[in-house]
Design a protein around this ligand. Structure first.
Ligand SMILES: [Zn+2]
Length: 695
């Protein structure tokens, strides 16, 4: 009896607490969006704790089920579990990026160990894995739909890739390697930060500022003040400092000094040297993939990507390499000619490239941003994006004042399909503020899926840091910002048009080398002359953007693309070379890098965009064997857009195929299969070469 009354009391307290916490209630709002007007910071922590508890109960219901494991009672049940936790996490982490405060930052820190323990308890639950494995072993005879097969495959592999199939000893080894790797990657990042911060180019004689624009000099004077060098000028190894110095400084010896300091970060034989860390990380990753049954780390990383295996990545990189390198050589020759013409008695070096590129740009492709901005008022660009999406897919966006907002600067739209039916909700939040992190991104508060026969629609959001209105002028965007808007709306529409059953593979839950196709393809419409003529109107006169300006924008976009492509591809090859090693005993990082670059014939005047000791994407971010994916996605978007260009810009038949096979399909099939269904052929890299002016 005592136990029973305790239980009743327990659940009573719990329901009182949860009854007051809006994050734990049904959202009684239009379309079930989060009730932002009711959520207070103190609601988060209790909501997270309760949500984890509910999640554990759901997992326990799966593992304690006395019925034999089936797709429904195990795989689907697992995918639907944790809904409350997703809901709370989405609100918290989206707002921590878009509208944070000190308390939220503190909560985020407290949450790290709690959530990581919660996740690893589930990932290492042997009963749960045993049930999933039983379903997996029977998959051939279960008569699953393609979507169910994909979900089962994704979930099963996630466990296996985390070591679920290993014996206890190997599991312990794997955990040790993982711990060591995360320590090393942390150390790599710290060393790099120290190396970046430790160097300063201090200029005391104003003659050494020759060539630098006023704004750059003013920035350097501010940096000097901060560094306790008042009255002098300081340049650092942060990009906004060294890049303009390299572009404009007439002092060749100083350009050399700062550029060498930049590209030797982590390679200075001091306490911040990253060579031994790179060696250890490559060794451990190779060991780890061997333990899990893969030939090398790249095989392991690419298994669930569109590229599937390293050879496919190399094939693509090398297809682009030759045309890019020959273009870069032409660009170098042009610069050498300029050097000779000016009587410079030297050969173009890597620290000269930015300087001469800037001079040539000025001479031939001078595009003044202030000239284009008046044609890209925020309202016009938004109308342009809506125009493109309505023309292609028939969707419309209606402002809705009933929907609660998390910040007064945000806006909410109801998205409707061509027959007027509700398709989802989208927030837009455009301008910088202190509580928002930098950059632009697309995210969601709720992903489309079907639960108990009911279709749950997407609640998405795009968050940007676009130029603000000034004085009596509306917000006027740069051309870059304009394309960013189209890009993020591509991600948003990928989520909004999703038509899948299971949340784990719906919407944008697709491989990293595929997820940028829907976003990047939108930029092509945004930059197309016929579309520009529709939306890019002068904010005062209403005149459409003139042809000369469109041509200038296009030419400027193709400028220096040999260099940009070569430095990017070189870094991608370096990444793949490290991670396709199958056995590593000793690794001399500088020698390895040199051999790697010699093999592809990189010229001396260009270095890889990232050299090994400061390649943080692959040694302290999540991009190992994945740096290639930016250009992989660009091959897809250029090839896909070409299908429209070759027929008509808004070809309805193609648009409906793109919607059906790409945008609505989420991760319900193999990305290459989906692409083939849309395009009828494999992607051809020629379209990218053409777009970058490399053919
Ligand atoms: Zn993107």
């Amino acid at each position: 009896m005592g136990a029973l009354s305790l239980l009743v009391l327990g659940s009573c307290t719990r329901s009182n607490e949860t009854a007051m916490n809006p994050l734990l209630q049904e959202f009684e709002t239009p379309f079930g969006v989060p009730p932002f007007d009711k959520i207070e910071t103190e609601h988060y922590m209790p909501a997270f704790k309760e949500a984890m508890k509910r999640h554990n109960e759901e997992i326990e219901a799966i593992t304690s089920n006395t019925e034999a494991p089936t797709f429904e009672n195990t795989v689907a049940a697992f995918d639907y579990s944790g809904e409350t936790l997703d809901r709370v996490s989405n609100v918290f982490y989206n707002l921590r990026s878009a509208d944070t405060n000190d308390e939220m930052q503190e909560i985020a820190k407290e949450l790290v160990p709690l959530l990581s323990e919660h996740r690893s308890n589930i990932n290492l639950d042997p009963d749960l894995f045993a049930r999933i494995k039983t379903v997996w072993d029977q998959r051939e005879s279960l008569d699953l739909t393609r979507e169910q097969e994909m979900l089962l495959d994704k979930i099963y592999k996630r466990f296996v890739r985390g070591g679920a199939n290993l014996d206890e000893e190997d599991q312990a080894n794997l955990r040790k390697i993982d711990e060591e790797l995360s320590m090393l990657s942390l150390q790599f990042g710290e060393n790099l930060l120290n190396e970046t911060n430790n160097f300063k180019l201090v200029i005391k004689d104003s003659a050494n500022l020759a060539g630098l624009p006023e704004s750059v000099i003013a920035g350097a004077a501010d940096a000097a003040k901060e560094a306790g060098e008042e009255g002098n000028w300081v340049f650092t190894l942060h990009k906004p400092s060294w890049i303009p110095f390299l572009q404009y400084s007439e002092k060749r010896d100083l350009r050399e000094k700062i550029y060498k300091a930049m590209y030797n970060r982590g390679n200075n034989e001091n306490e911040n040297d990253n060579k031994a860390i790179v060696e250890k990380m490559v060794k451990l990753r190779t060991e780890r993939s061997g333990l899990l049954g893969y030939a090398n780390h790249a095989d392991y990383m690419l298994e669930d990507r569109m590229a599937k295996e390293p050879q496919n990545v190399y094939d693509l990189l090398m297809k682009l390499w030759d045309p890019a390198l020959s273009k870069a050589k032409e660009e170098a020759a042009m610069m050498q000619e300029m050097i000779d013409r000016e009587g410079g008695d030297f050969e173009l070096a890597s620290w000269d490239w930015w300087y001469y590129a800037e001079k040539i740009r000025k001479e031939k492709y001078d595009l003044d941003e202030e000239e284009t901005r008046p044609y890209f008022s925020l309202d016009d660009v938004r109308e342009g994006v809506f125009y493109v999406l309505e023309k292609l897919y028939g969707v419309t966006f209606e402002p809705n004042d009933e929907i609660p907002l998390y910040h007064e600067d945000a806006m909410a739209f109801e998205v409707k399909d061509k027959d007027g039916s509700h398709q989802g909700v989208l927030y837009m939040d455009f301008h910088p503020r202190a509580s928002k992190r930098a950059g632009a991104w697309s995210t969601s508060y709720r992903k489309q899926h079907v639960r108990d026969g009911e279709n749950i629609t997407t609640v998405g959001s795009i968050v940007c840091n676009f130029s603000k209105p000034t004085g009596d002028k509306p917000a006027l965007l740069s051309f870059d910002e304009t394309l960013t808007f189209f890009h993020e709306m591509g991600h948003a529409i990928h989520g909004l048009l999703s038509d899948c059953t299971y949340p784990g593979i719906s919407g944008t839950s697709v491989p990293r080398d595929f997820v940028e196709l829907p976003s990047q393809i939108m930029e092509n419409w945004g930059a197309h002359p016929d579309v520009l003529k529709v939306y890019a109107m002068h904010y005062e006169t209403g005149e459409p953007i003139p042809d000369e300006l469109i041509e200038k924008i296009d030419a400027a976009g193709k400028f220096n693309q040999g260099f940009a492509t070569v430095e990017y591809l070189a870094a991608s090859v370096l990444d793949m070379d490290y991670h396709t090693l199958e056995q590593v005993r000793e690794l001399d990082v500088n020698e390895f890098e040199e051999r790697s670059m010699d093999r592809i014939g990189l010229i001396d005047a260009i270095i890889p965009r990232y050299r090994s000791t400061y390649f943080s994407h692959i040694f302290s971010g999540g991009y190992s064997a994945g740096y290639y994916s930016y250009i992989w996605a660009e091959v897809l978007d250029k090839d896909a857009f070409k299908a429209f260009e070759e027929t008509s810009l808004f070809n309805p038949e193609l648009a409906s195929k793109f919607r059906e096979h790409i945008l609505s399909s989420g991760g319900t099939d193999d990305p290459m299969e989906m692409y083939l269904r849309f395009r009828g052929q494999e992607p051809d890299p020629d379209a990218l070469l053409e777009a970058r002016g490399l053919n």
